[in-house]
Design a protein around this ligand. Structure first.
Ligand SMILES: Cc1cc2nc3c(=O)[nH]c(=O)nc-3n(C[C@H](O)[C@H](O)[C@H](O)COP(=O)(O)OP(=O)(O)OC[C@H]3O[C@@H](n4cnc5c(N)ncnc54)[C@H](O)[C@@H]3O)c2cc1C
Length: 418
């Protein structure tokens, strides 16, 4: 049966698809496979997960959420979806620091690509440990404090198959979400920190044209049962009169609750509800994360490309991501601002404009999102720990059992002279 990415834009070339039901079975599978790649929920838009050999999905592994209240961690199966883990954590009185816009993605796939929300660090930064099935089928437990953990979390599937992830947790909390319309660009550009700091998570939705950002989604953390007073004015933007979808004219039924009504963190931090499919997958995505100090210049570059990108866009989203120390994270070493583009499903045309976007943003230090469409990546120029990652991959998987063409083209296996 043909297996495609969630967006349906790419077909996986695998020979066999495996769904082990225990970690032992997974270990045996990896040990006997010649080449194998882990596959999460297929929400990436490029060939990162692809292989011509074995693909393995982990939804069949026990869906455990094992909480250690003293260590404030939860150990979860890498194949579990964030939304399912979040519901169980909340039921037991716990929470994660952040979530992505979509709760349907797998924990293993999300942390392997440096997936993020807005207003705090990448989801991967909450990883306190990994249980990783290595090339020989052995189970390696990496924990915070081990040298290799920071290199292995955003691992692109190149270091092995992650069976379990240990996540930092905190006591559960509420969030109130409200949306404002038509925020003048002038207000954004004159004080970006004031706008993005006006709530715990802020997303600016735009098509890069016109004098104003169309929608501002703001999520504010509250103690359990706390109250929230919606904000009448937001730097010249007005409150949305009712719930909205980020895409103009689309029914907001699948969006999380808005209008400042407080509710559990996992029902507000994502933009979309777990119980609904956010769309038919009729979209493509790209994202570039620029150093915070160059964010205003990068936004200005994108606005100057507005007439090129807008005809292909559904919408763009600007978010903030705090610094972390994960080697291949988009926010390694400093705070970043993510310039995300949800494209119409017109891949050849989208791919034809990516070089212009990269020519504008790469000189500002932008890094592409590993799970989305990009034209080119220069790992060594973009990530300070790139060569350390190459060394780690070489040590962990010298025969490239977890390799694929995407990783080769990205230069993961290229050993430049040191
Ligand atoms: C509608 C939509 C909304 C999105 N919103 C956001 C967002 O808000 N923020 C953001 O940053 N990104 C977002 N993304 C991108 C998405 O989070 C990433 O592409 C993420 O990798 C998807 O996880 P997945 O489980 O589908 O991974 P897959 O696409 O299945 O795999 C991605 C990579 O992870 C590896 N992998 C998967 N599981 C494992 C494992 N167990 N062990 C080792 N490697 C593994 C694969 O080999 C592959 O290299 C969104 C995508 C969609 C479709």
């Amino acid at each position: 049966m043909t297996l495609t990415t969630w967006a349906g834009n790419l077909t996986y070339h695998h020979d066999r698809l495996h769904r082990p039901s225990t970690v032992d079975e997974l270990q045996e599978l990896v040990a006997r496979s010649r080449r194998i790649r882990a596959l999460g929920t297929r929400h990436s838009f490029n060939h990162l997960a692809d292989t011509e050999h074995d693909l393995v999905q982990l939804h069949g592994l026990p869906a455990e959420v094992v909480i250690d209240p003293d260590a404030r961690t939860a150990t979860v199966s890498a194949g579990a979806r964030y939304g399912t883990v979040a519901e169980e954590l909340h039921r037991q009185g716990w929470a994660l620091h952040n979530l992505a816009s979509l709760p349907h993605i797998s924990v293993g796939g999300a942390v392997s690509t440096g997936t993020h929300g807005s207003g705090s660090a990448n989801l991967s930064s909450a990883v306190a440990g990994l249980d990783l099935v290595a090339a020989d089928g052995g189970l390696r437990s990496l924990r915070r404090g081990d040298d290799e953990l920071a290199g292995s979390v955003v691992g692109l599937g190149a270091l092995g198959v992650v069976a379990r992830v240990v996540l930092d947790i905190e006591p559960t909390y509420d969030v109130a979400q409200e949306v404002h319309l038509d925020l003048p660009w002038e207000a954004v550009l004159s004080d970006l920190d004031a706008v993005t700091g006006s709530a715990d998570s802020v997303s600016l939705f735009t098509d890069w044209t016109g004098p104003a950002v169309q929608q501002v989604w703001r999520k504010t953390r509250l103690p359990r049962g706390g109250t929230y007073r919606p904000r009448a004015d937001l730097f010249g933007a007005r409150p949305a009169p009712g719930p909205v979808h980020p895409l103009p004219g689309i029914d907001p039924v699948n969006c999380t609750e808005q209008l400042g009504v407080p509710g559990p963190w996992h029902d507000r931090l994502p933009h979309f509800r777990l119980a609904f499919t956010p769309s038919n997958g009729d979209e493509l995505q790209s994202e570039y994360l620029v150093p915070r100090e160059h964010a205003v210049a990068a936004i200005e570059e994108m606005r100057s490309l507005g007439s090129l990108v807008a005809p292909l866009l559904q919408v763009s989203e600007v978010r903030t991501v705090s610094a972390d120390d994960l080697w291949l994270s988009s926010a390694y070493g400093g705070d970043r601002v993510g310039l995300h583009l949800t494209w119409q499903s017109r891949q050849p045309e989208v791919e034809s404009v990516l070089p212009a976007i990269e020519a504008a943003l790469y000189p500002l230090g932008a890094r592409p999102h590993w799970g989305k469409l990009f034209h080119a990546v220069d790992g060594a120029a973009s990530w300070e720990r790139w060569r350390d990652f190459q060394d780690l991959v070489q040590r962990s998987d010298p025969d490239r059992k977890f390799g694929n063409r995407f990783l080769e083209e990205a230069g993961v296996y290229h050993r430049a002279a040191r």
